[in-house]
Design a protein around this ligand. Structure first.
Ligand code: AMP
Length: 126
């Protein structure tokens, strides 16, 4: 799959936009005013949840520059709530956000990978 150009305009037909609109199903883990979380379709760890803000932001760059304080705060709080609800705080977990070509971002709607359920080893390999 081709990596996202993080400076591209938001594509309302991207797969996470369709999930947000309910046009494509997802294995939902959590939802509130600011965020939706669902299990990754190709999990890389025993727990692999994607957390997405509800606003239309292509990348972390787009989100961190343009989202309101309420959206950023609500999203960050949601990630914390989900990790706590999944019981990941005590064993620990990893948050990952890919951006652009070097980051390996594939889906052009900003998302955080919340991974855990086993020791994840060193941060970067390959
Ligand atoms: P990234 O490389 O950060 O853009 O990661 C995109 C992630 O989205 C990958 O881990 C995919 O497995 C995941 N993914 C793609 N389509 C779906 C889907 N329909 N439901 C759940 N996860 C998906």
């Amino acid at each position: 799959m081709e990596a996202v150009d993080a400076s591209q305009p938001y594509d309302r037909d991207n797969i996470f936009a369709k999930i947000l609109r309910g046009e494509i199903p997802c294995d939902k883990v959590y939802e509130d005013e600011f965020a939706l979380a669902f299990n990754d379709i190709a999990p890389q760890a025993p727990v692999h949840v994607l957390v997405i803000p509800k606003g239309e932001y292509v990348s972390w760059d787009d989100f961190s520059a343009k989202a309101s304080d309420a959206e950023v705060g609500g999203f960050v709080r949601a990630v914390g709530i989900i990790a706590r609800e999944l019981g990941l705080v005590e064993p620990g977990y990893r948050l990952l956000c890919n951006l652009g070509a070097d980051g390996g971002q594939i889906v052009p709607h900003v998302h955080v990978h919340l991974c855990g359920g086993k020791s994840l080893g060193r941060m970067i390999s390959g």
